[in-house]
Design a protein around this ligand. Structure first.
Ligand SMILES: [Ca+2]
Length: 53
């Protein structure tokens, strides 16, 4: 379920310290992720690319 339509599942947002009711946090920079935004971190996890570098 995605309550705020930002593309990030509510459960993923909660477990990563984001707000399931804030549609803007998907495009904010993720902490400690080398400049990636939160949506990019999520997509990278789906694709298994988190250890690409
Ligand atoms: Ca959100």
């Amino acid at each position: 379920m995605v309550s705020d339509a930002d593309g990030l599942p509510d459960d993923w947002e909660k477990s990563n310290g984001l707000n399931p009711h804030d549609p803007k946090d998907s495009s904010e920079k993720a902490k400690g992720k080398q400049g990636y935004t939160n949506i990019e971190v999520f997509i990278n996890q789906l694709g298994g690319f988190t250890k690409r570098f």
